[in-house]
Design a protein around this ligand. Structure first.
Ligand SMILES: O=C(O)CCc1cccc(O)c1
Length: 581
């Protein structure tokens, strides 16, 4: 028996399920094979970022996920005396959601799983294990073993255009690719104890940098509480099976540990590792299969969701014939640096929490107190400014300077205002996500921006109709590719813009001035947004045609598709204007 599909995903964890949702949404066929008989039902990840919530929103699952989250999840580092030495409580909602949420992973993963029922072309097969991979020029063939209810097995093949391994840190797919998995695996062991009947009821995250025994205590939705305790080298892992040992660990953390309804207790270690490439031919990896990081910043789950968000539209573009498969190389290029930065940050956090030497702990606490005295330093930590923001400097991005080289290098003289000077590099939004404020349109009031922008590529201009800035053939081409044109405008001018531009672009009223400020500080008037809401190109209004063609090139747009739609206006191929993977 042989089954065919477009994308075979190995692993029905959050990354595989997120990717499958994206593929379903974009009309791509996918099969997810999962070796377990069902989804994992115990908590693992506990922190969900605003970026991930934006992804869940684009999958149309925000309402389903919200009941399993708690917003504004504050994290405090406390010392051995219980004093708070560092707080992470980032304010604002630049991407449309609070910066951190506590969440129940099994329920959120399940919402992602149930979301797949919307797509006829996507199926999940439990109790299916990937046992072998073979690749040829046109496809990848996976040998899969299905374990039946009576324990017997049957083996068959799935032939796909691409295979994505999302099976976690031990990923057989990564091993098949033969890429390095570089980094460190510190030997320190921790025990995690999750309970269903939170005996404390206090919200948020406490990281206990207590030299007597470092610990973690986290209040989660639905009365779940998590503790983690560091194990000392002379404490064998088997000890966590011993109730008396666990009661001793919990003694200073809960009034009566005999009344706990334990979900699980398990020993784990941390790893900081990253694969040297996330792609080999038709085989790719995502999530823990591609990178592993310690828990401290809550970034394992979120980094995997970032991978799926980056990869989903790229696979769809290649499979729809919009782009050639070099687009898939930009997945490694774009995701590697950020994943590495998260690994480094998480490892650093671990080294702050773990010291059990009292002298080192004293020095750390003293340094933290000193830092808290300086408001700017304190804010740096409170507002989580140390958290790396994904910013792509190469990949599907167009270097803003190359669109107007003369102006970018021009000297300001005679009081002339030359917007590109100074701002090009420092304030360029290229490679960053656009913000997501609340907006109005003719048919919607006070909604999140993405909900009115469409699901695929967007060309947006401030105060202008982008269709009037582009060559008509390019307008047709962009529409043929499924793109949306958007006019951003102050809410006060929306009625005028709807009359003037409403037939050719979606007019979006900026009710909070957030978009005006965003365009203002970056000195740009038009942007080309990728399906994942990252800015591929930004320019002055008149430069939009150039930016459009440079973006096509950066996205490795298939010339056949482009030229058939633009017989009189072939695509400019100006390598110097394009940042390449
Ligand atoms: O990001 C969060 O909200 C919590 C991150 C965290 C910290 C320590 C342990 C752990 O399991 C998660």
């Amino acid at each position: 028996m042989t089954v065919t599909t477009d994308v075979l995903i190995a692993g029905a964890g959050p990354v595989g399920l997120t990717l499958a949702n994206f593929l379903g949404k974009y009309g791509v066929r996918a099969i997810v094979v999962e070796q377990l008989p069902s989804l994992i039902d115990y908590p693992r990840g506990v922190g969900l970022d605003d970026e991930s919530f934006r992804t869940i929103q684009s999958l149309g699952l925000a309402e389903e996920v919200l009941p399993f989250t708690v917003p504004q999840h504050v994290m405090r580092l406390v010392n051995g005396h219980g004093d708070v030495i560092l707080t992470n409580d980032p304010k604002g909602e630049p991407y449309g959601w609070t910066r951190k949420h506590g969440f129940l992973q099994p329920e959120v993963d399940n919402a992602l799983y149930e979301g797949l029922a919307r797509y006829q072309g996507v199926e999940v097969r439990f109790a299916h294990t990937l046992t072998d991979i073979a690749e040829d020029a046109d496809s990848v063939t996976a040998t899969v073993e299905h374990t039946l209810e009576d324990g017997s097995t049957e083996t068959f093949e799935i032939v796909a255009k691409y295979l994505v391994g999302c099976e976690g840190g031990k990923s057989p797919t990564r091993k098949w690719m033969g890429v390095n998995f570089e980094g460190k695996s510190p030997s320190t062991r921790w025990v995690v104890v999750d309970v269903n009947n939170d005996p404390l009821g206090t919200p948020n995250v406490y990281l206990g940098a207590d030299p007597a025994r470092p610990y973690v205590s986290i209040g989660l939705p639905h009365a779940v509480r998590r503790w983690e305790f560091m194990l000392f080298d002379d404490e064998p892992s088997e000890k966590v099976e011993d109730d008396a040992f666990v009661a001793e660990l919990l003694k200073d953390h809960v009034p009566d540990s005999t009344k706990l309804d334990v979900i699980r207790r398990r020993v784990f270690t941390h790893h900081g590792r990253i694969a040297s490439s996330f792609r080999k031919g038709r085989v790719l990896i995502a999530g823990d299969a591609a990178h592993l990081m310690p828990v401290w910043m809550g970034q394992g789950w979120n980094s995997g969701v970032r991978d799926a968000t980056n990869l989903g539209w790229k696979l769809a573009s290649v499979l729809k014939g919009h782009s050639d498969d070099r687009l898939l190389d930009t997945y490694t290029t774009e995701r590697t640096d950020h994943a590495k930065a998260m690994i480094d940050l998480s490892m650093t956090f671990g080294s702050i929490i773990k010291p059990t030497d009292r002298k080192i702990a004293f020095l750390r606490d003293t340094a933290a107190s000193a830092m808290n005295v300086l408001p700017q330093v304190k804010e740096y930590f409170t507002d989580m400014k140390f958290k790396p923001i994904p910013r792509y400097s190469s990949g599907v991005v167009v270097d803003q300077k190359t669109l107007a080289p003369g102006r970018a290098d021009a000297k300001v003289g005679g009081g002339r205002f030359i917007p590109f000077r100074n701002t090009v590099e420092k304030n360029s939004p290229v490679g960053l996500q656009i913000i997501q404020p609340r907006v109005n349109t003719a048919t919607a009031t006070n909604v999140r921006l993405d909900d009115v922008m469409g699901d695929w590529w967007t060309i947006a201009a401030w105060g202008n109709d982008p269709t009037r800035l582009l060559d008509p053939e390019d307008v047709k081409l962009f529409r043929r590719l499924g793109g949306t044109f958007v006019t951003f405008i102050s809410e006060t001018q929306r009625p005028w813009a709807e009359q003037e531009f409403g037939y050719s672009s979606t007019v979006v009223g900026d009710t909070t001035n957030a978009l005006k400020t965003w365009f203002d500080v970056r000195s740009v008037g038009a942007v080309i947004l990728r399906p994942d809401h990252f800015v591929a190109a930004a320019c002055l209004a008149q430069d939009l045609p150039k930016a459009f063609h440079a973006t096509l090139e950066a996205a490795h747009a298939t010339l056949a598709t482009v030229s058939s739609a633009t017989p009189t206006a072939p695509v400019e191929t100006t390598p110097s204007t394009t940042a390449r993977a």
